[in-house]
Design a protein around this ligand. Structure first.
Ligand SMILES: Cc1cc2nc3c(=O)[nH]c(=O)nc-3n(C[C@H](O)[C@H](O)[C@H](O)COP(=O)(O)OP(=O)(O)OC[C@H]3O[C@@H](n4cnc5c(N)ncnc54)[C@H](O)[C@@H]3O)c2cc1C
Length: 343
């Protein structure tokens, strides 16, 4: 398939990353089918161009100049297979994640309602195993279909083969190697009514809702998120800038002696997950920064770009935040968004 007419050179990506940093791709193509994807990869291989995969740009730290070929996955499609209470949906990698959640909720399906309003596309959702309010993608994902660049073949990976962990997966460890074209989710007609996060419970208490349905969970998540997180269309950001650090139970006890209000949740046995936003807040970063970049004044975990700034400014601020948290708590914060291009 000839895709050269779709190739663009020196393509601006400022509006294709939610931090809205200026960025120029050497070459860019948006692929709408697996056949176009294969042709684009073949072209890149023939011309010795590194391949960079892009979705909605909501979890990337874009460098000003991006060498090689940026391939955006625009592959659409929704297929539904029902069997009793269980419903399997196959989604093209270019589908919008939040619209997919809305679509499933409107059909009364349960499984992803608490992951409403996470920006980005379905194809990126397995990369960092997206999660919110007690649910992670790994809880509902059945299979991933991906193009394996080195072998030049399509592969189907099961849930366990994706090696999911907190904000982590196989795909993060082999960037550019697997290009996700389709994701299969397992949803349910019966709802799992567990409400695991206090923020949602407070919302239901205030609204006098005792047994929230799927639509009510969706509405609650949207309302709580809108009150806490800036809309990237209004104030550029990439969501949580740091991962919640996981530390040993022993270290947790040690920090808690000095900071009794420490916010932490149980992780795997013997480990606790700390609220990174709380740690940053204790170091008094909320609302601080420079004229161009800063820490969001309502949520210390979110770094924002007011406009006119560069990625280097944001990374400098992030470094200062990491240093102060390390001095105060002896905890190393890890940046969540991915370097683009990866190093
Ligand atoms: C306001 C805001 C709130 C957010 N809240 C959350 C949250 O609650 N929970 C959460 O987990 N995340 C959250 N995020 C982060 C982000 O929305 C998710 O990581 C999302 O899955 C990124 O999707 P994307 O399409 O924008 O990916 P991109 O940013 O375009 O790409 C992210 C990474 O995935 C790779 N990639 C993209 N598409 C593919 C593909 N098809 N195949 C292989 N690799 C691919 C890219 O190369 C890159 O390394 C938030 C972001 C914002 C801006």
């Amino acid at each position: 398939m000839d895709i050269q007419h779709k190739l663009q050179s020196n393509f601006g990506l400022q509006s294709s990353n939610t931090l809205k940093f200026p960025a120029i791709a050497e070459y860019f193509i948006a692929v709408a089918s697996e056949a176009e994807l294969v042709s684009a990869v073949t072209y890149a291989k023939q011309h010795h161009l590194p391949i960079r995969i892009l979705g909605g740009g909501s979890n990337v730290l874009m460098a000003p100049q991006i060498d090689g070929l940026v391939i955006r996955i625009d592959i659409m499609g929704q297929r539904v297979f029902e069997s009793g209470d269980s419903v399997s949906i196959l989604l093209g990698g270019g589908e919008n994640w939040h619209e997919t959640v809305r679509w499933s909720v409107e059909r009364g399906l349960s499984g992803i309602e608490s992951m409403a309003l996470i920006p980005g596309r379905v194809g990126a959702s397995p990369v960092q195993n997206i999660g919110a309010y007690g649910t992670e993608l790994k809880d509902v994902l059945r299979t991933v279909r991906a193009y394996h660049v080195t072998s030049g073949r399509f592969v189907e990976l099961s849930n366990s083969e994706c090696q999911f962990a907190y904000r982590d997966s196989l795909f993060k460890h082999f960037p550019g190697e697997y290009i996700i074209t389709e994701v299969e989710l397992q949803l349910f007609r019966q709802q799992d009514a567990s409400i695991r996060y206090a923020a949602l419970q407070n919302y239901f208490d205030q609204q006098h809702i005792t047994q929230p349905g799927v639509q009510q969970v969706f509405d609650a998540v949207c309302a709580v998120r809108r009150s806490k997180l800036p809309d990237p269309e209004i104030l550029a950001n990439a969501g949580s800038f740091f991962k919640n650090p996981v530390i040993s139970e022993q270290q947790h006890q040690f920090i808690k002696q000095q900071w009794p209000n420490l916010i932490a949740y149980p992780d795997r046995p013997g480990f606790m997950k700390l609220a990174a936003g709380w740690l940053i807040d204790q170091c008094d970063w909320k609302g601080k920064g420079t004229a161009n970049v800063g820490v969001y004044d309502k949520q210390a975990l979110v770094l924002v770009h007011f406009g006119g700034g560069q990625l280097t400014e944001l990374l400098q601020l992030a470094g200062e935040i990491q240093a102060s948290v390390y001095v105060a708590f002896d905890v190393q914060l890890e940046i969540e968004p991915q370097a683009f291009p990866f190093n």
